[in-house]
Design a protein around this ligand. Structure first.
Ligand code: GLU
Length: 438
């Protein structure tokens, strides 16, 4: 079977890390299976969907490195949903409902008081009610008539799932104003786009039971389903409260590497170690539904930061670094001290300057300057030189290295001087040891 999956965001806000994880897991599964990844913009909610959010979705997915084989938006496909609606209606699975929101609320409160589940009572199916409400001139919304029987599937993450649709309200497919809610368009599209697997968060498990009935009623093949646990914060709190601070845009603007974000989102909540992977291809090879656990995945920003640093420590020199004026040798030297790529320019300045030296011990600095060997310099220069300085001045350990570092870089810590010194070069080293900005 050809694997075809879709990521179906609503353009009603910025992509947050939870959506991004859904997109990524779908993409990784498609790549692993040699399948296709479709991007479907779920914009049937015309009032809340915007072009700006849609563009932000494209931009954010591209930043993460995800490409799609096809894209479409639901607003282009409304005629197909009407056809699906009429087919369900012809099959006797659609009925008009006339209750107002207030009446439905009242019904739910009564059910709560009687300790009954909040399942819609189908009062609109009663011809007397229907006649009365129609006579009042009420406009209907439209529900799907569930079979009130057990629906089961083998979930690729959760294993066997069985849901009795008698425990659910008949889902509203079309609002009073004629607009489609998400449930039917999604099924119509999944059939039309030959989606083989629906991979999404476990907040959709109940939807799935209703949607499986709709797939069957439309005569479409029922795709396979995988529902993964949602992301929670460090303390298990719902991330939704903090979505604003966890958009992909924000992570990008914070200077995190897309590949660190992808590695983190692909690995949290799985039985794999959370380790950086330099390419999406590696993450795809390692992808397996069986490794996704049943417990919520903890998204901890500090862990992502640490993973970003680890990724950079193993990252090869690239065009972005070259554009920052950082050579391959300089990157090698500073890489272990960089936690975000944006730090690299700052750390690189320790070599390229200008550095205002800090002279703690003028006599030591002068002796050290005098003992600097002629160039060319390499990794052996620093140990040979500091040995000579130690022999001449009697300074050792921190008393030797700390003043040299402060003089050469103006800072008390930083990358290995063995690596930095040859890059700083003799002219700048002499000047800095003499207390001159260079
Ligand atoms: N637009 C839906 C959502 O964002 C898509 C869910 C699905 O994958 O079916 O929740």
């Amino acid at each position: 079977m050809t694997v075809r999956v879709r990521f179906a965001p609503s353009p009603t806000g910025l992509l947050h890390v939870g959506n991004a994880r859904t997109a990524l897991l779908n993409w990784l599964f498609a790549k692993k299976s040699g399948g296709q990844f479709l991007l479907r913009i779920d914009d049937t909610d015309a009032a809340r969907s915007t072009r700006e959010f849609e563009d932000a979705i494209y931009r954010d997915l591209q930043w993460l490195g995800l490409s799609w084989d096809a894209t479409d938006r639901q607003a282009n496909r409304l005629a197909k949903y009407s056809i699906a609606f009429y087919r369900l209606q012809a099959a006797g699975r659609i009925y008009p409902c006339y209750e107002t929101e207030i009446e439905l609320d009242r019904q739910r409160s009564l059910q709560a008081a009687r300790k009954q589940p909040p399942v819609y009572n189908r009062a609109s199916l009663d011809p007397a009610n229907k006649a009365k409400w129609e006579a009042e001139g009420r406009r209907p919304h439209w529900r799907f008539l569930l079979s009130r029987s057990k629906v089961s599937w083998t979930d690729l993450v959760r294993g066997p799932v069985e849901i009795d649709t008698a425990t659910m309200s008949d889902p509203v497919l079309v609002r009073e104003d004629g607009g489609f809610l998400y449930t039917l368009p999604s099924v119509a599209d999944d059939i039309d786009m030959a989606i083989s697997h629906v991979v999404r968060g476990e907040d959709h498990v109940t939807n799935t039971a209703a949607q499986i009935e709709i797939f069957a009623a439309l005569g479409g093949p029922v795709p396979k389903f995988a529902h993964f646990p949602l992301l929670v914060g460090a303390g298990g709190e719902a991330l939704s409260k903090r979505l604003g601070s966890l958009s992909l845009q924000q992570l990008r603007e914070a200077g995190l590497e897309p590949q660190a974000v992808a590695s983190y989102l692909a690995k949290i909540g799985t039985s794999d170690p959370v380790e950086p992977r330099l390419t999406l291809g590696e993450l795809a090879n390692e992808f397996d539904f069986a490794r996704i656990g049943r417990a919520p995945a903890h998204f901890v920003p500090e862990e992502l930061e640490a993973l970003n640093a680890r990724l950079l420590h193993g990252m090869a020199h690239d065009a972005r670094l070259a554009a920052m004026g950082i050579s391959e040798a300089l990157w090698e030297a500073i890489r272990p001290n960089v936690t975000r790529l944006s730090d690299a320019a700052d750390v690189a300045r320790l070599v390229t300057g200008p550095v205002t030296p800090v002279i703690e011990d003028a006599a030591l600095a002068a002796t050290a300057a005098a003992l600097l060997p002629p160039e060319p310099w390499d990794d052996t220069t620093w140990p040979a030189w500091t040995k000579a300085v130690a022999a001449e001045t009697g300074a050792k350990g921190r008393g030797l290295f700390h003043p040299l570092r402060l003089a050469l870089t103006g800072r008390g810590d930083g990358p290995e001087l063995k690596k930095l010194l040859p890059l700083i070069g003799r002219d700048k080293a002499v000047a800095r040891l003499e207390g001159k900005t260079a």
